[in-house]
Design a protein around this ligand. Structure first.
Ligand SMILES: [Zn+2]
Length: 209
């Protein structure tokens, strides 16, 4: 068991490039984690600060930290600099679970986050489960996409509604390829693949039992 049946007493950290990735990629998981009593921390490396993000954090009872990296230009920095930025939060928070991007996302900032997260969560001082989430409008556009979920988080209708409510908070960021309809359809698809009514799909990058 990976200990993911319940998020009770767990510290869940996201290392996702942009505000709204946390909702699109794992808003359902975070809603479920909050319901289980987890502590949630969102580390957002780019300096694209949105009031909407604070509203989402309030809904999740989550803490947020922002970085100094230029938006959509994270690949211009040495990977070591991104690793050091993220590692500070790993040391402070000591998360049980880190959720980051998929290594083959179309967005370059996403790919940098994946690399840094997979490096700084290596099991030197403790074991951190590392998951990649899928972000509609980015994951899957670079072909072959190679995103094949092997870990499904079943969601209740209430948890999906929480995700949709948070998505609406980022109204200015909504587009045809990451609309409410797309998010609902993906939750149904991942649910059908996993014997649930609704689910989010993840790839387990590194897990322990
Ligand atoms: Zn993003």
């Amino acid at each position: 068991m990976l200990g993911l049946n319940s998020f009770k007493d767990k510290k869940v950290m996201t290392f996702l490039a942009h505000p709204n990735d946390e909702v699109l990629g794992c808003g359902g998981l975070l809603s479920r984690a909050k319901g289980d009593g987890a502590q949630i921390f969102c580390v957002i490396p780019v300096k694209r600060i949105f009031q909407s993000c604070y509203n989402v954090m309030e809904k999740l009872d989550a803490r947020v930290a922002w970085g100094h990296f230029d938006d959509n230009e994270m690949d211009k920095y040495p990977l070591l600099e991104v690793c050091e930025f993220f590692e500070d939060y790993i040391k402070q928070i000591k998360p049980d679970i880190v959720i980051t991007h998929h290594y083959n996302c179309a967005n370059q900032d996403h790919r940098v986050c994946y690399k840094a997260a997979s490096i700084v969560t290596k099991p030197i001082k403790g074991q951190i489960q590392l998951l990649s989430c899928e972000v509609p409008s980015s994951t899957g556009y670079l072909r072959p996409s190679n995103f094949e979920p092997n870990l499904y988080v079943g969601l209740s209708y209430e948890e999906l509604n929480d995700k949709l409510d948070m998505l609406k908070m980022y109204k200015s960021e909504l587009r045809a390829d990451r609309s409410e309809e797309v998010v609902k359809a993906l939750a149904c698809l991942r649910g059908a693949e996993s014997g649930n009514d609704l689910a989010e799909g993840f790839m387990l990058v590194r897990g322990y039992c």
